[in-house]
Design a protein around this ligand. Structure first.
Ligand code: ATP
Ligand code: MG
Length: 503
């Protein structure tokens, strides 16, 4: 019997008394014990009628058991569908219904509200609380700690992962075993992960970054994970000396830098800091190196494709870029109108092809056909360019492109200028409706308190460094930028909020 995902990430660790999860209090769960608990859960699921190919939706807190649920699904051939813990019951209903899940696992607190939704769909509801208690573990305790792995092929579905919903409603990306495995193997090798590594893990495990990149890479290499329920500055600082690597979203890095306890000495046992999911400011990259001596390695990926590019492990990690296409991944920049490949140093849409690219969006054939070309290239929705040295630069999302008076304006170019001005912590540039130009440029500026930025002075600087059609028509001070759980700025929220600025 073979099941590539289970065998290559999980099964190979069976019986090993090596640390897999290390918790904040210093307690350890070994690979062997983790796999035993996964096997018990696999028994619960299959005894309750689930068969290979069925979907299991889970909205549960990050815990050893919720991670074991992923392993259990892999072993039983069940398609795993983790859901953002921030979703409300109404939002959950959409995902449960849309995915046709046969089992839903939720926190005990949501049970009463979800019961009617789940029973209407003829699915089964189990509970799993943050502390590991609940109906799932109650049943699991009595089950054998070995489970006969269900046979699967590389092209079989392993997960439905919903996108972050930054640009609209989340879409369910169908990911195969081979999608996940190829990426885990490539990244583990590229980033030199070994069984000696200890990864500081404070990311959520309902998203590709914390679940697949962080967990699968560690499993592929056989290393340990310092498993924090969420990002907590004190805990991060406390545990950093015990880790060798960390993966984070840019806000992890800015928050660490804001704390004086975060020093070069604290990071001297670390060999690698990785950032992704949202753009890392070049300024953060620079400050981080100044403080710690480490150069953050930025990479680029998305739910639909896993990771696509990475800065090099050896060689220059270039700030403000996401590095080179991964081995086995093709990346091209194309003209959005014609689909033709554009020359280097020209901005266009980013397309990728490789073993990492998903099978399509679940029950969205039209969307799949529009974004996944017949030749296998996926139109990512991001705009970017490849520089003369081959580094990929992300310029922004296609949907955030501003078209004013017929000219294309890339918000990032303007944001970089605003961010560099005194008193500015960060900024977001959006297009808002304008009667003459169709759209015009609005800049939202977050002050770097206590200093208040001089907006007129900033407009003057922007006026001298940018072509006239790119000048922000107005700058507005805001306390903060709206972000989703992955730290991504929600420009659609800003566009809605400021749509009447020039009406
Ligand atoms: P939705 O597709 O639902 O609008 P989303 O695109 O934010 O949401 P994800 O799949 O979580 O959902 O995020 C992938 C996106 O995150 C990429 O398409 C890209 O825009 C952004 N991203 C990821 N890594 C980086 C990076 N290093 N620099 C800039 N942007 C990044
Ligand atoms: Mg997306």
């Amino acid at each position: 019997m073979t099941n590539p995902l289970y065998d290559q990430l999980f099964g190979k660790h069976a019986g090993k008394n090596t640390p897999f999860l290390i918790f904040q209090d210093g307690s350890i769960l070994t690979h062997a014990a983790f796999l035993e608990s996964a096997a018990q859960i696999a028994h619960v699921l299959t005894d309750n009628g689930m068969v290979a190919g069925d979907r299991l939706a889970a909205q549960v807190e990050k815990s050893a058991t919720s991670l074991a649920l992923y392993a259990a699904c892999a072993q039983a051939g069940i398609v795993f569908l983790p859901l953002n813990t921030a979703y409300t019951v109404d939002e959950l209903s959409y995902f449960i219904e849309n995915s046709g899940a046969r089992t839903v696992v939720c926190d005990g607190d949501s049970k009463t509200l979800l019961d009617p939704v789940v029973s209407k769909l003829g699915a089964r509801l189990e509970t799993l609380n943050a502390d590991g208690s609940g109906s799932l573990t109650d049943q699991a305790k009595a089950k054998p700690s070995e489970f006969a792995t269900v046979e699967r092929a590389p092209d079989d579905l392993a997960a439905f992962l919903y996108t972050s919903g930054t640009t609209g409603r989340s879409k369910g990306a169908m990911l195969t075993q081979a999608n996940l495995l190829s990426n885990a193997a490539t990244l583990a090798e590229l980033w030199r992960f070994t069984d000696k590594d200890v990864l500081l893990h404070a990311l959520p495990i309902f998203h590709t970054h914390g679940l697949f990149v962080a967990t699968n890479v560690s499993l592929a290499a056989g290393g340990a994970i310092l498993f924090l329920p969420k990002f907590d500055l004190d805990a991060m600082i406390d545990l950093m000396p015990k880790a060798t690597t960390m993966m984070g979203v840019p806000t992890f890095y800015t928050r660490l830098l804001q704390d004086e306890r975060f020093t070069a000495d604290l990071t001297k046992g670390m060999r690698l800091f990785i950032s992704g999911s949202a753009p890392l400011l070049a300024e953060t990259h620079r400050q981080f190196e100044e403080r710690t001596g480490h150069r953050i390695l930025e990479r680029y990926g998305m739910t639909e494709t896993n990771m696509n590019t990475s800065n090099p492990y050896e060689g220059e990690r270039r700030a403000g870029t996401v590095g080179f296409p991964l081995p086995g991944v093709e990346l091209k920049i194309t003209d959005p109108a014609t689909g033709d490949t554009l020359p280097a140093e020209t901005v266009g849409q980013i397309e990728v092809r490789g073993p990492n690219v998903f099978k399509g969006y679940w029950q969205m054939p039209e969307k799949t056909a529009a974004e996944l070309r017949e030749d296998g290239f996926f139109i990512t929705g991001d705009l970017g360019m490849i520089d003369a040295d081959g580094y990929v630069h992300i310029v922004g999302r296609n949907k955030d492109l501003i078209i004013s008076g017929g000219y294309n304006i890339y918000p990032k170019e303007i944001e970089l200028i605003l961010d560099a001005q005194p008193g500015v912590r960060e900024s977001a540039v959006i297009g808002v409706p304008h009667s003459d130009f169709g759209e015009t440029v609005l800049g939202l500026v977050v002050p770097d308190s206590p200093e208040t930025p001089d907006l007129d002075a900033i407009l003057a600087v922007a006026g001298t460094s940018l072509a006239r059609f790119k000048h922000p028509r107005k700058l507005v001070l805001v306390d903060s930028l709206p972000r989703n759980t992955m730290g991504k700025v929600q420009k659609n929220v800003l566009r809605e909020q400021f749509k009447d600025t020039f009406a």
